[in-house]
Design a protein around this ligand. Structure first.
Ligand code: PLP
Length: 428
């Protein structure tokens, strides 16, 4: 249908589908959703307005939308072991924005991991709303690339932020959620765990969960969780309880669900994207199946194998390895910058992104590292032996970044590999 009615868009979509099929997608925040998730998203649910929450809408005709959103909420609660979930945030950044809006006043102090050390823009970076409207201080990793919890604790006690974020876009290790919760609560601060990257690994219980330690958990739904682009906010408590008057200065932890729901609507957003909500519900259902646990285990095995193989090829990895789905290559011993390496890999159809490394001496637009991960390759069915081959391809492309003939050979090997792991059942 689209092919006839809008050939320009159709053709671009076709080209994008081919790009996704014929290359190695190694950006750790990307994935391939299932046909069921696509079916829910590309549906008539986008036609409906439903401002409010199930049972409390500002528009009529929402009986079936209520069923869908309630299912999504129930599945999120069950999967992540929390008593409250809001599935309406339009993505990860709006989810974090809602947490600020719910819990802080403008100018309040927040503390998050520094952007150049793997942190996210929304954790207090100066050009982001979080750094402009709030008083943001950053913590950093130690020289070894891991979070120095003693330093973090000392900084928190000195700065006394009202909210501490953990979570990152480029941190290859496990977080000590218990310690972070203790640090935050010792200064009467909120602890917010942003699990955007690890959500699928946490749902599958292959890495630890912040549930029980964090006051609030925020996430995207489209990274390792393998759902549509969207966000969720989770916490404990009962949203039907009215907000209680608080003693001066106390943090209203018992009212978190209400504060968060009000921050999303009417605080920041209008009508929820019901087609996305349905897609999230489908993805959460998939994440409850035994096959998803196997998927998550394989992501970790693939990441370990890729990391070890890269190190065997002489690459230096930040923290010398990984505990999760991603790794950061420190390219300083390879006489190539992150931007050049990203380009060399793109030339052979491997998609990664350039990234700063801890204590980087270069600028973010052309930093010293690249970031890569295994979630999308694992969805395609690739396993340890493919990871070893891919480490070889990466090494060749980077060592021969200026040698078109070698890159052409690597590219054709990669195309051959991709053919063995088809990704789309239907033709786009
Ligand atoms: C990806 C990510 C986000 C933001 O998600 P968007 O959907 O891109 O807005 C927030 N926090 C962390 C840690 C992330 O990795």
């Amino acid at each position: 249908m689209l092919e006839q009615s809008d050939p320009e868009i159709y053709t671009s979509m076709q080209k994008e589908a081919n790009r996704q099929k014929n290359g190695l997608e190694m950006i750790p925040s990307e994935n391939y959703v299932s046909d069921s998730v696509l079916a829910a998203m590309g549906s008539i649910l986008t036609n409906k307005y439903s401002e409010g929450y199930p049972g409390k809408r500002y528009y009529g005709g929402n009986q079936f939308i209520d069923e869908i959103e309630s299912l999504a909420v129930d599945r999120a609660k069950k999967l992540f072991g929390v008593s409250h979930a809001n599935v309406q945030p339009l993505s990860g950044s709006p989810a974090n924005q809602a947490v600020y809006f719910a819990l802080l006043n403008q100018g309040d102090k927040v503390m998050g991991l520094h952007l150049f050390f793997g942190g996210h823009l929304t954790h207090g970076w100066n050009v982001n709303f979080s750094g402009r409207f709030y008083n943001a201080v950053n913590y950093k990793t130690g020289q070894d690339g891991t979070i120095d919890y003693d330093a973090l604790e000392a900084q928190a006690k000195q700065e006394r932020p009202k909210l501490i974020f953990c979570g990152a876009t480029a941190y290859p290790r496990i977080y000590d959620y218990k310690r972070l919760g203790e640090i935050a609560h010792s200064i009467d601060s909120y602890f917010v765990a942003d699990i955007a990257h690890e959500a699928g690994l946490i749902a599958a219980k292959v890495v630890p969960s912040p549930a029980g330690h964090a006051d609030v958990i925020t996430t995207t739904t489209h990274k390792t969780l393998r759902g549509p682009r969207g966000g969720m906010i989770m916490c404990n408590g009962n949203p039907s309880e009215p907000l209680k008057p608080l003693p001066d200065g106390a943090n209203p932890r018992e009212n978190l669900p209400t504060l968060i729901d009000r921050a999303i609507f009417p605080g920041l957003q209008g009508g929820p994207h019901n087609h996305t909500t349905a897609g999230i519900a489908v993805a959460l259902h998939e994440a409850m199946q035994p096959g998803f646990k196997r998927y998550a285990q394989q992501i970790l095995k693939n990441a370990k194998t890729l990391a070890e193989s890269l190190m065997a090829h002489g690459f230096k990895l930040v923290t010398d390895g990984t505990d999760n789905h991603l790794m950061l290559i420190d390219l300083q011993n390879k006489n190539i910058t992150g931007r050049e390496a990203e380009k060399a890999l793109e030339d052979v159809c491997i998609t990664v992104n350039k990234n700063t490394i801890p204590f980087d001496t270069r600028k973010p637009y052309d930093p010293s590292g690249i970031r890569l991960g295994t979630p999308a390759l694992t969805t395609r069915g690739m396993r340890e032996s493919e990871m070893k081959d891919i480490a070889g391809f990466i090494s060749k492309a980077i060592e021969h970044a200026n040698d078109a003939a070698t890159k052409e050979r690597v590219k054709s090997d990669i195309l051959e590999l991709c053919k063995g792991f088809p990704i789309f059942k239907y033709d786009w």
